[in-house]
Design a protein around this ligand. Structure first.
Ligand code: IMP
Ligand code: MG
Length: 178
């Protein structure tokens, strides 16, 4: 697994510090709002687990699963809902939690899908933003790191379902997915 990594982009320590700072900011912004955190599976799971332990505000959590990639490194453009929410979001302050905002196709579809259910607000929190490849008109409200135009794995992010368990963020060697 480690032989497939070109370089470590973000260390465990840097991840911890950034995620703690994001949790503190979210605590301030959502104090007394009784927010619902909506994690987008599967990529969010490690980030969200760390993030919410740094959130002091009262909050609830739910998850969705969507698919847009299949086995590849470029979004196919078609988004499919694989798992929907199990609670109502009407009148609620929703914070969507994503691993990475790339073309933006997934999040712009998801935001539109959830807006139809009349939440009080929808905000977006992503650990990584890769603006170089944006195709949809969407911005995140909370961004951990800007990501270079490379394919990254680890800390929940996968290629073909692998590498999620790396404790750091690494750049995948292009020959692995070429
Ligand atoms: P988008 O619809 O192109 O914004 O795709 C977002 C999704 O693509 C993310 O939730 C990730 O699952 C996946 N993704 C995009 N870029 C990367 C990457 O560099 N590494 C791992 N997954 C990625
Ligand atoms: Mg993925």
């Amino acid at each position: 697994m480690k032989n497939d990594i070109e370089k470590v982009l973000i260390s465990e320590q840097e991840l911890q510090e950034k995620v703690a700072a994001m949790g503190a900011q979210i605590s301030r912004d959502f104090a007394d709002k009784d927010p619902l955190f909506v994690g987008v599976l599967k990529g969010c799971f490690i980030f969200m687990a760390d993030l919410i332990r740094g959130v002091e505000a009262d909050c609830r959590m739910d998850f969705m699963a969507v698919s847009s990639y299949g086995r590849g490194t470029v979004s196919s453009g078609a988004v499919e809902i694989i798992k929907d929410l199990s609670v109502s979001i009407e009148g609620k302050h929703v914070l969507i939690i994503e691993d990475i905002l790339d073309s933006g196709v997934t999040l712009s579809y998801l935001r539109g899908f959830l807006e139809q259910r009349k939440p009080a607000s929808i905000r977006i929190c992503t650990l990584f933003d890769k603006p170089a490849r944006r195709r949809a008109d969407i911005q995140a409200d909370y961004v951990g790191f800007l990501c270079p135009d490379a394919f990254i794995v680890g800390y929940g992010l996968d290629f073909d379902e692998r590498y999620r368990n790396l404790p750091y963020i690494g750049v995948l060697k292009p020959e692995v997915y070429a």
